[in-house]
Design a protein around this ligand. Structure first.
Ligand SMILES: Nc1ncnc2c1ncn2[C@@H]1O[C@H](COP(=O)(O)OP(=O)(O)OP(=O)(O)O)[C@@H](O)[C@H]1O
Ligand code: NI
Length: 311
């Protein structure tokens, strides 16, 4: 089947000016490839600062001005250019943004959810979307400052899904919601996928991701280090990268073992595998290896010199 979204070797860097005129390039995403088929939920899981939101903004072509993106993004088989992204954004391709500050503070909720939709049934559809997420019709008359955090989040999701999108990019869609509301929203993303949409679910929460994802792309320091099927997480022996196994062990149901050390900040990235400093399997070669490729390995993908099943 034709993927709805294909990302090939995406890299994103920021240009920063330090002390007067000294310029430096800060690489934040490196060689990222990812595919989503219609009907599929792909989760991107990674720690804070690993580049998840930038990936979302890169796909939508809404990156900040001081950034630069390389690589290719194909939507429905043809290149997603700036112009095409601008046309599809908010319609076929929607973002559920991470921050509720994306709501227009001067616009009533009803108008935000309707957007530029001029169809005769636009108001009715907006109301239906709000009701679906447990918001009363009166909410339409409120301004964003009158909403609680959880309500604002529901408004963002309602806004995104009112127009029958074909690709949904949800960036940490559930914080501030109780478990029941979060499950309902994820269930709805699943339904949209059953209806043929592609869903990219961005989250730091592996447990949450596994409740609806078909595939999980694990992010570390701006790179995909593993692509696994959700089913692989049933047994850590199926997982390919030491970081993915560490994430598995950090899940509450698997003993909550903390991952020692920290992910390197993009500005301090040295040569070698970025995870080498925290890896229980790293060798001197790992610290020197430059630009490890993401390669196929036992039914998934991995970026590691020494991927191995646990004995
Ligand atoms: N405008 C910017 N200028 C410079 N660096 C930036 C900018 N925006 C993000 N970064 C850097 O890019 C990296 C990735 O940021 P990003 O927001 O994508 O992380 P994330 O994975 O979404 O994190 P979180 O889980 O906290 O939302 C971070 O190290 C961040 O400091
Ligand atoms: Ni983010």
């Amino acid at each position: 089947m034709q993927p709805i979204l294909e990302i090939e070797h995406m890299s994103i860097h920021f240009t920063q000016y330090a002390k007067g005129t000294r310029r430096r390039e800060l690489p934040v995403i490196k060689d990222l490839s990812l595919q989503i088929a219609p009907g599929q939920v792909v989760a991107v899981v990674g720690a804070s600062g690993s580049g998840k939101s930038l990936l979302a903004h890169g796909i939508l072509h809404i990156l900040p001005r001081n950034s630069h993106m390389e690589g290719r993004i194909l939507y429905d088989g043809s290149e997603l250019t700036d112009k095409r992204a601008a046309k599809l954004r908010g319609r076929e391709i929607v973002l559920v943004p991470q921050g509720v500050t994306y709501l227009d503070p001067l616009m009533k909720v009803g108008d935000q959810v309707r957007g530029e939709d001029a169809a005769p049934d636009a108001a009715q559809r907006a109301r239906k979307a709000l009701t679906r997420y447990g918001l009363a019709p009166e909410t339409e008359e409120l301004y964003p400052f009158e909403l609680s955090g959880g309500m604002a989040r529901r408004v963002l999701i309602a806004t995104a899904v009112t127009h029958e999108p074909r690709l949904i990019i949800a960036d940490e869609p559930t914080p501030g919601l109780d478990a029941k509301a979060a499950a309902r929203i994820l269930g709805h993303f699943r339904e949209l996928a059953e209806g043929g949409a592609g869903v990219l679910l961005i989250t730091h929460d592996l447990e949450l991701a596994l409740t609806i994802a078909d595939q999980v792309a694990v992010f570390y320091a701006g790179q995909t280090i593993e692509v696994a099927s959700a089913a692989d997480f049933a047994d850590p022996a199926n997982l390919r990268h030491p970081f993915t196994r560490a994430l598995w062990r950090a899940m509450p149901e698997h003993g909550f073992q903390p991952i020692e050390g920290a992910q390197p900040y993009p500005g301090t990235l040295a040569a070698g595998c970025p995870f080498a400093g925290q890896c229980d399997r790293s060798t001197p070669q790992c610290r020197e290896a430059a630009d490890l490729p993401l390669r196929s390995w036992q039914g998934g993908m991995v970026r590691c010199l020494n991927p191995r099943r646990e004995e």
